[in-house]
Design a protein around this ligand. Structure first.
Ligand code: BES
Ligand code: MN
Ligand code: ZN
Length: 494
């Protein structure tokens, strides 16, 4: 685990192996004149020749002068137009440049905090540390030849600000996100519901969190017929992970309830998915991993809020005992559901999970789920879908996402959509057809969310990256973890 700190030392004196200098595009010439005395016009000629133009995440590596500098290399990283640099932009710059440091096998890296832009100092420094930590993600855990990967051991931010706590917090957030990504990437044969429950509980085993794993017997005694129904098709038993964090002095009247979808593999069940691309369905527990990683960070930062996390876990398989289209299931809340499509399983297990979170005293609910293909059609892979009620709670989450630098977009939940959920023979239908598929899925969840604020984040588009970027490996993204942390930071009166 790398250490993160801040230092007031001059950049030339920075006691690191490699120093990263961020440069905004419209500020590049000024930056060149600032450093080129020492660098022998290296940066200026690179700019003049067009070799480097400080576009966002563009990299230019220079040697440090033979004498006077302690770092062996300088990495200039472009920021694009200064007015456009936001939290996400800084995180990307930090991760992209730290990746270069890793490739060059430089373990102790520095960041020159000279391009403040419009972002407050603590947020900026936290984000750089987070970006550094994200660059340490190990994408080759199952490759024997990648056994000796190189990692960054230390990140120092050179700044006049006193923000050591922000650097430490950012580093810890990055590590939590990496841990969630690692879980999400695990294949279905390794990460069964029982293994996920153990590993997620282990991830959350930090000061202040108590963990409990409910087994199939306990789940039966809670009458969770929706979760049990989905689990019937698998020889692996279901689990529910329950995490509780209630620090002394936290307002007793409010408890944040985070509920995450924990399908360790989604075949679709008897409503079997097409073979093409089905391998991605190992990520169908991304929501579950995200709420666990968020609660871990909330506890590590000792935020003064009560919070719980609930993750119902099962495989969705077409085994001999599997539920069949047309079957009726009864959830713990008492509502009955006609299962006309066994591939709409996420809303079933979340129905019992949301109900249980309210039972445990959650006043403000957020669920996170790779729930619908329809949200990918609507918002693509860029933006998470946000649904919820009442409006102040939705607004609160929108603002948190904005501070976190994650893109979300609020979708409507007009009563008229409920019409589609009507079943002839049960209280509701689980698969109400193609129109507004993400909205009707959210309307379904709402029926189980009880009274009080509730929101749903559909991360089916944002949880998984099809291609790698300098700031993001292919695979799990860890989307919405920092937003959930920001929600807890902001208090939640909504
Ligand atoms: N896990 C899927 C949703 C999904 C789709 C996530 C694509 C990531 C990428 C979910 O369980 C599912 O199968 N949803 C169905 C619902 C339908 C049957 C009503 C869907 O979206 O097709
Ligand atoms: Mn499904
Ligand atoms: Zn699913």
């Amino acid at each position: 685990m790398p250490r993160f700190s801040v230092s007031g030392a001059a950049i030339a004196d920075a006691d690191v192996d490699l120093i990263i200098i961020p440069i905004a595009q419209d500020n590049a010439a000024a930056a060149a004149s600032r450093y080129d005395g020492a660098l022998g016009e290296d940066l200026k000629s690179a700019l003049d020749r067009g070799e480097f133009s400080a576009k966002a995440n563009e990299i230019y590596v220079a040697r440090t002068p033979a004498s006077g500098w302690r770092a062996a290399r300088i990495v200039f990283v472009g920021g694009g137009p200064r007015s456009e640099i936001n939290v996400e932009g800084i995180r990307r710059m930090a991760t992209s440049s730290a990746q270069v440091a890793r490739q060059q096998r430089r373990a102790r890296i520095g960041w020159a905090d000279i391009e403040p832009g419009a972002i407050a100092a603590t947020a900026r420094i936290e984000t750089v540390a987070e970006g550094f930590a994200l660059a340490n993600f190990d994408n080759g855990v199952h490759k024997s030849r990648d056994a000796d990967q190189f990692f960054i051991s230390e990140g120092v931010i050179f700044t006049s600000e006193s923000a050591g706590a922000a650097a430490a917090a950012g580093g810890a957030m990055g590590e939590s996100i990496n841990a969630a990504r690692a879980l999400i990437n695990e294949p279905g044969n390794y990460l069964t519901p029982r293994v996920l429950a153990e590993k997620a509980a282990e991830l959350a085993s930090v000061k202040g969190i108590t963990a409990e794993i409910l087994d199939e017997k306990k789940i039966e005694s809670l009458n969770m017929g929706l979760l049990l129904g989905v689990a019937r098709g698998s020889i692996e038993p279901p689990r529910i992970l329950v995490l509780k964090y209630s620090p002394e002095g936290a307002p007793a009247k409010q408890t944040l309830g985070l509920v995450g979808k924990g399908i360790t593999f989604d075949t679709g069940g008897l409503s079997l998915k097409p073979a093409d691309g089905m391998e991605r369905m190992k990520d169908d527990m991304a929501g579950g991993a995200s709420v666990v990683a968020a609660l871990r960070s909330i506890a590590l930062q000792q935020l003064p809020v009560r919070a719980i996390a609930i993750v119902p876990m099962t495989e969705n398989m077409p085994g001999g005992k599997a539920i069949k289209p047309g079957d009726i299931l009864k959830g713990a809340s008492g509502l009955t559901v006609e299962v006309n499509n066994t591939d709409a399983e996420g809303r079933l297990i979340l129905g019992d999970g949301l109900w249980y979170a309210r039972q445990l005293g959650a006043t403000h609910l957020i669920d996170v789920a790779t729930l619908t293909g329809a949200i990918v059609v609507g918002l693509g892979k860029i933006t998470t879908g946000l649904f919820g009620t009442p409006q102040p709670w939705v607004d609160h989450i929108e603002r948190a996402a904005d501070r976190a630098g994650e893109k979300i977009w609020a979708m409507p939940l007009f009563e008229e959509y409920k019409e589609q959920l009507k079943s002839e023979i049960a209280d509701m239908l689980n698969s109400p057809g193609r129109p507004a598929g993400s909205i009707t899925a959210a309307m379904f969840l709402k029926e189980f969310a009880g009274q009080g604020p509730w929101a749903h984040l559909d991360i089916a588009g944002t949880a998984w990256a099809e291609e790698s970027k300098p700031w993001q490996p292919k695979g799990a993204t860890g989307a919405m973890i920092r937003t959930l942390i920001e929600v807890a930071r902001g208090g939640f009166a909504g």
